[in-house]
Design a protein. Structure first.
Length: 150
């Protein structure tokens, strides 16, 4: 009988040590997580959207990107340095990429359906005002006969 009790007590001790080690490794894993700068994520996504919308080399795209950097308080060089820092550190890159994906998903997700009261308030002009991003409309190409692209 004492032998059975010792085996049960030994199994419990092994289980307790295993749980303790698992918990300790879990805490170490959480300590290495890196927080993501959401403002930088928003800027990164805005710059990518403007590049896709206006093209990489268009003057309008360059102006939109310059305005976005200025509004966020970054120079082009500071932005590139911070991006390189994130890209070269896997601990930062994975959470950053997840945050970028979540931001893009939030832009692509349609807003929740408004209630009838909210729709009526919007129609009367009493509802909340939507804040649209300040992105200029793309300019049309000048026709070839007026000196534009041939």
């Amino acid at each position: 009988m004492a032998l059975v009790e010792n085996k049960v007590m030994g199994a419990r001790a092994v289980l307790a040590v295993a749980l303790l080690l698992l918990f300790a490794f879990g805490l170490v894993g959480c300590a290495n997580e890196v927080s993501v700068d959401q403002k930088f994520v928003d800027l990164f996504v805005e710059l990518r959207v403007s590049e896709i919308t206006y093209g990489k080399d268009s003057p309008m795209g360059r102006l939109v990107r310059q305005d976005a950097l200025k509004a966020a308080g970054y120079t082009r060089e500071q932005f590139l340095a911070k991006t390189d820092e994130i890209l070269n550190d896997e601990r930062q890159w994975v959470p950053f990429q997840k945050a970028v994906n979540a931001r893009i998903d939030s832009l692509l997700t349609p807003p929740q359906a408004a209630t009838v009261d909210a729709k009526e308030a919007l129609q009367k002009g009493n509802g909340p005002k939507a804040r649209l991003p300040k992105i200029p409309a793309p300019q049309n190409q000048m026709p070839a006969h007026k000196g534009g692209v041939h």
